[in-house]
Design a protein. Sequence first.
Lengths: 360, 360
Amino acid sequence: MLGGRDEEVDAGASPTMTSVGRAAGVSRQTVWNVLHSPNRVRQETRERVEDAIRDQRYRPNRVASSLRTRTARLLGYCVMPRQGGEINVVLHRFLRAITRAAEERGYHVLLFTAAPGQDGLPTYAELLAEHTVDRFVLSDTTVGDPRQRWLVERGVPFVAFGRTWSGVEHGSWVDVDGAAGTAAAVDHLREQGHLRIAFLGWPPGSGVGDDRLAGWARACARHGLPGDLVARCEDSIEASRELTGGLLDLAHAPSAVVCASDVLAMGCLAEIRARGLRPGHDVAVVGFDDTPFARLPGIELSSLDQPVETVGAEVVRLLLDMLSGEARQPLHALLEPSLRVRSSSLGFHADPGSRRESER
Amino acid sequence: MLGGRDEEVDAGASPTMTSVGRAAGVSRQTVWNVLHSPNRVRQETRERVEDAIRDQRYRPNRVASSLRTRTARLLGYCVMPRQGGEINVVLHRFLRAITRAAEERGYHVLLFTAAPGQDGLPTYAELLAEHTVDRFVLSDTTVGDPRQRWLVERGVPFVAFGRTWSGVEHGSWVDVDGAAGTAAAVDHLREQGHLRIAFLGWPPGSGVGDDRLAGWARACARHGLPGDLVARCEDSIEASRELTGGLLDLAHAPSAVVCASDVLAMGCLAEIRARGLRPGHDVAVVGFDDTPFARLPGIELSSLDQPVETVGAEVVRLLLDMLSGEARQPLHALLEPSLRVRSSSLGFHADPGSRRESER
DNA sequence: ATATATTGTGCGACTAGGAGT
DNA sequence: CACTCCTAGTCGCACAATATA
């Protein structure tokens, strides 16, 4: 009987350790040993088993393994609705980054949807109770986000992309150092000869926005530049355009503007052009996020590129190095954005007289 | 003993059918009956079990269920690298749509990465062999995509977002009717009084691009409009801008341009503005995809919005109604995009003399 | 004692085939 | 023969405890 036709591939049924063992003439446990502690198996036996594994194209059944080890090896990630049609390439890059990083450690990313805030928590609870996922990657974190604390209280491992900015931070996170970014923008502009650098940001209250403002303010103070050139509005082109007009109408108008986002920078560029001024030469502009249209010819906006891929890799690293159960010391990582210099912040001549003259 | 302290929640261990049964004084099988065929259980017993389920916050373990039923209830979706920094909001919307639709049927979406083309197939094979996923949702389908045929041959259920455009189509797909979209654009422009409508598209060979061209051509023929105003280049603003210049320099220049993408439309708008012409009034432009910046004030580009959410829902519906194993009759669905009319295609006055005059 | 291979048991849900009224 | 409930065994892997040389 052995070696007979009863051990053929049996289309439909997938191979198991038992079927591999039978083909190799060993027990299922020996197959397991070959896979997990090959040094405990005699060379000859090991090769026989490895041949059988290849013959049958055996791959361990993840589901059975998960049941036994009580780990899903799946990271939950909540896909939020697109917020106001915003151009969020950042999250797509992030998603790909965590997917890749997870795969390198034998994990996968599982998507789900949940209501924002408190109302979404039952969804997280359900995913855990069903053992659908082990751990979570959070993004789109908001001020006072309830998820972090809820997860910490239950000993569920997670890492967030972004701080909550609400006093005590619960759990680990990785974030981009917005302040360092805007400070780098100021340094760059100062180097280009600018002496009056404005900040165009969002209304107070958003952690991210306030952070970017702080970086600008710090750098201006460090260079001895005026720290009162601040305008704030919602993240829209029109609003930004209007505020830019106000800034340029000032008696001592700024020659450069650091913006909290590329959207604000777009409005800023529009107003500058509308006045017959040339971005870069007459008024420099720096945006934030390095969205795809920043690199478009005809726009060429200098912008701060967030290291999203690195953030994703770091999030997964922290998350998978974390032990389940009681929370260890929470870890934080702050990564610096890189300034992509384009023509919107180049070509300035410090002499104020040359501004109009340059238009011939 | 019953109701005693030995049945307490036992923090850490999650409830099982057995623990629920013990609490309710019945066997685990009765618990199963309560959940799956409640009519076979006496009312009184059922209520007792339901109470225990609620007390213990019992939720069936998906992993154990998957092992037994040999179904992962997970849909695999491959996240591609961002292609040349393009603004692909479409895929993000799609991802969210399939996630939601899957959840309504007790499924989830699992992400993975794979090499494009033939080289990615082993990744698909591995996911299946490991029983990590049951079925696949394909997107980013290319001309001559090997995946569809490979999956059909193995009896793996899948549905693609997009055709392969390569003769025989394997398996089911849902796609957006690009030809209907560009035809609708032509109809709209004809209604606005345009008599010379150009098409600005991609080089021949891309199925999607050729389809959009065909829709334009058909509609022009139907309206008796010239069908030779065609320019083709890669999907970039600069290239588009140059070609638009060529079109506008023609003896009989078009008064309207239908573009195969919003990116091309952006270049088109840029060239129109650079010539001191007004989009809409002087030369109308219609884009494709309705990307977020189409709605930006100052751009206001008319564009064809793909019904991505509907596509996602339909993909999942087809996919989950599909039986595993041998492929049934493949199904196809073609959904029409909606034209979002904005000022870039409004305000035209048929009288050619009024074009320059309108600038005062 | 070491090196090598094996049997036994359980993760939790699910199914078939009963058993007691 | 309903109605109600239960026992026994399975899915594939993981790990402990053992057997054989």
